[in-house]
Design a protein around this ligand. Sequence first.
Ligand code: BES
Ligand code: ZN
Ligand code: ZN
Length: 504
Amino acid sequence: MALDGESMQVTISSGNNINGTLVLPLFEGEEALPEIDEGIPSTLKSQINRVLADGDFKAKANATMTLMGTEGGKAMLVGLGKESKADVHAYREAGATVVASCKKVHGDELTVVFHGADMACMTSFAEGMMLRDYSYDLYKKKDDDHEDTNLSARINCDEGDATTLSAAIDRAASIVSGVHLSRDLGNCPPNDMYPMAFAEKAELWAKQYDNVKVEVIDYEAAKRHGMGGLVAVGMGSSRKPCMVIFTLNGDQKGQHPMLVGKGITFDTGGISLKPGANMDEMKYDMGGSATVFGTMEALASSGYPGKVIGITCMAENMPAANAQRPGDVITTLSGKTIEVLNTDAEGRLVLSDGLWKAGTDYDPEYIVDFATLTGACVVALGHEATGLWSNDDDFRTRIHEAGNDVGELAWPMPLLPAFEKEMTDSKIADTRNLGAGRWGGANTAAAFLKQFVPNRGEGDDAEQITWAHMDIAGTYWGAKTNKMVGHGATGIHVRTMVRLITGE
Ligand code: BES
Ligand code: ZN
Ligand code: ZN
């Protein structure tokens, strides 16, 4: 459900007809068209061969060249880099590059002809095309300059591969719909994206699937339940906070993955007001919740049969007469108290209730939270990697590897006892929401969250539930080197989570 219209159609054909622009992914060093040239107009073919023979197109990774046949036909050559290094990631990037390079002259139909690409690489190329075929134009008047182009692509393949490839690409399209949904939610301007608006979108979304359920805990209910973190952050806004719970395949028995998202629909900092520069970017501060919602869409739409539950903690952090103050002590759902020393460290407050609920009301195999939590994480890792913390080294490695598999980097960060100590040495409460100094701010935030992950069972041998925290402050938007997206929200980690949960 991309709010901004369907994403591009990619179909499979076992013929060698070429419709629209021919797209040719090529390896570095190829000096002539490989034996895949049936159906290519002969003048275009000789033009391509001349360009390759003269070394005018070297097929370096992500280079493109467009050729117009003198007697009809158009081609876009795209580089895959060296054949020995052309893995699924190279193909995914090349696919994205093709779409990013499409201009009016290429028309809206592409035919991709591969050679020497296996099923995984062809699927990955299609995935890259679909991921990159996204723009957020909902608030733009449609005119000639901004007309909707509905790009479609056909992949020519061997007859024997067609059915399998077609199924793989359909699955990829479902997952991409989850990524695009996450982007749509993140890009939505904050006057239209507020806690209950997110909840309503979730309820509307749930109607299209028989096996999903969405439950909304509104402000009054959150107060009744004692969700002191969520309430404290959201009470200063006229648009009140809520918690949205997504259940996929709820009738399945047994333990299940559990996702928790930070959903600050706008983060002004509250009374600890942020400086003005780039404050508009704080509309993306609900990126964690968008990741959860997008993952649920990806799983539901690709027909995943297992049970998965997502909890999104939605609030708008505003300065107001009824906003929380620095110095307040709040009581969270867990019963633990927090001394609020800075109202801009609000993500951890809403997550304290989400994590606690996740571990106590359900029986999760593991909990993963997503949050645009700290500027410090962006200082540490830039826009290149998500910060990844876990109370279980093997689990952290599994997430790191799932991210690597899909080209979404999540970098291991330390969860140290010293950071926990720093966050629990409040003079008047159980925890404090601010570290003692500014160093290691992403680590102290993670250590704070750990205080709100419940144990499994009770007594001496109770162990903390397997949990990981992903700080997406640097990767949810503004990642210029992420080739899968032009600008705005990236929709990062929907694909990582699908990989982790489904193993595919
Ligand atoms: N949403 C911000 C974190 C953020 C900042 C994400 C910049 C992306 C870019 C978060 O709520 C916040 O303000 N964190 C503070 C914490 C501090 C007060 C301990 C921060 O990072 O400065
Ligand atoms: Zn903040
Ligand atoms: Zn925030």
